[in-house]
Write a new protein. Sequence first.
Length: 113
Amino acid sequence: MAKHDPHLDLLFHALSDPTRRMMLNRLAQGPAPVTELAGLSGFKLPTILRHLSVLQAAGLVATQKDGRVRSCAFQPGALQPMTDWLEDQRKVWEARLDRLDDYVMTLMKEREK
């Protein structure tokens, strides 16, 4: 079994909430101020800031303050560890299914004899 990766936990946790996914969808179009993200979700600013802190902890969002305006930007490179992990899982399961298919075909040939 693979080692436990706390960063993957942060990524999956960040993406597990529909509000955070909505925020990332918006930020994928370009940077946005926090107030715009709050307006899209209908949540109050403190709630949005809590969601942003989760996204920041996972490395998915970077924020920058310019005067009184805090802007957020999506960091798509942060998804790479999760993409790599999912690809590894896909390879493992494809190999298992290929072995199962070979086994079933062998059983079917033996029954035909």
